[in-house]
Write a protein that binds this ligand. Structure first.
Ligand SMILES: [Zn+2]
Length: 192
């Protein structure tokens, strides 16, 4: 079991991996890490290739986002307020996870590991023009009962006790979605 406390350096590393392995592009997604009543959040416009620890923004669990924090900072703070057991939240844009779930109301992975981890992943539909107002409460509520939530046509939010686990859920969902798509394509090929 990973009992080491995550650091700001771990947050930076995880943000880089998301970009490096194709879960985000250069400037998309965001991550936060809870340390007591302080929430460290990636800044708005963060570039995964160059982000440094000094650029992370301290937010207060009780008083809200600090200046320059990601537009999603409110959402992260709400997740921690409603889910006291979590210490890390990762938002990513995995193309397989987003692509194959765009028209669904929830997602059940077809592969063994996906079903083992996530019997069902909830999918929220949130209008783009009301996103900033609506998303925090809805995502935080969905993460009370699920390790992950997908926002249709947008991305994935994963919450966990530490960064490693939130990263694991993010990667595992994307692997399931990729496997699912390959299965569907193989089935189409064999039916021709
Ligand atoms: Zn996003």
């Amino acid at each position: 079991m990973n009992t080491r406390k995550d650091s700001k350096s771990d947050l930076i590393q995880t943000y880089r991996w998301l970009r490096q392995y194709g879960y985000n592009d250069s400037h998309s997604g965001n991550i936060s890490l809870r340390d007591g009543d302080t929430i460290w959040v990636t800044p708005t416009g963060a570039c995964a290739d160059t982000l440094s620890e000094e650029q992370l923004v301290a937010c207060d669990l009780n008083h809200g986002p600090g200046p320059g924090a990601s537009l999603d900072a409110n959402l992260h703070i709400k997740c921690y307020r409603q889910n006291p057991h979590i210490s890390a939240v990762i938002h990513s844009h995995g193309p397989y996870s987003v692509g194959i779930t765009m028209d669904l109301s929830d997602y059940t992975p077809a592969d063994f590991e996906g079903q083992y981890y996530f019997p069902t992943v909830p999918i929220l539909r949130i209008d783009y023009d009301t996103y900033v107002d609506e998303a925090p409460a809805r995502v935080a509520a969905a993460l009370r009962d699920s390790k992950l939530v997908i926002v249709a046509g947008h991305g994935v939010y994963a919450a966990a006790e530490n960064l490693n686990l939130a990263y694991k859920w993010t990667c595992s969902l994307e692997q399931s979605a990729k496997t699912d798509l390959i299965h569907r394509m193989a089935r189409m090929t064999t039916q021709q």
